[in-house]
Design a binder for this molecule. Structure first.
Ligand SMILES: [Mg+2]
Length: 183
């Protein structure tokens, strides 16, 4: 199987002292219901680079550990991150620190600053992914409708919202993707 994983909030956590709703506001806006992510301006980029230092971005250890025990003989694992170009150096350091090159068969980064949902949609198709795991429900709602044969897993701690498509499954822990009863 071909399995794709998002990076932020799947393997790398956001700073513990910043509420998720605030981060969403920084990054996402909706124009007449159309999903749009913004690239921060020069000052915003400096702030974002500081908050992307290791100390503010703890690893999500149980999820990284899961990758190490994941059966790799029949599966190809891909990292697919929508991070923009201005975070390229910070991202490369993370890749090195957690030895992601040894874990993933290939890695895809949005360093050409496409809209993240367009970028991920393109890579999902290119890799013919069977599974894709992400924490961003707005993004999943976009790609799931366009890729009905791919199974999407929404990694989340709150189950208040309902996904828009039946091929999106809410999970609270990464190992749940191996649960065969999810159809
Ligand atoms: Mg994410």
């Amino acid at each position: 199987m071909n399995i794709g994983f998002d990076l932020d909030k799947v393997f790398i956590d956001t700073p513990p002292f910043i509420p998720k709703s605030f981060i969403d506001k920084l990054y996402k806006k909706r124009d007449n219901g159309v999903l749009l992510y913004r690239i921060p301006g020069p000052i915003g980029q400096v702030v974002r680079k500081i908050t992307h230092l290791y100390i503010f971005r703890p690893q999500i250890k149980e999820n990284i550990d899961f990758l190490h025990v994941f059966p790799k003989d029949k599966n190809n694992l891909y990292l697919i991150s929508g991070r923009f170009k201005f975070l390229e150096n910070k991202t490369k350091k993370i890749i090195e620190k957690y030895h992601f090159t040894e874990i993933f068969d290939d890695m895809y980064f949005n360093f050409t600053n496409e809209q993240p949902h367009f970028f991920k949609n393109r890579i999902i198709k290119k890799l013919k992914l069977d599974y894709f795991i992400d924490d961003d429900l707005s993004l999943l709602n976009y790609v799931a409708g366009d890729n009905p044969r791919t199974k999407f897993f929404w990694l989340t701690n709150h189950s208040g919202k309902a996904p828009r498509f039946p091929n999106i499954h809410a999970i609270s822990k990464l190992p749940e993707i191996l649960n065969q009863s999810i159809t």
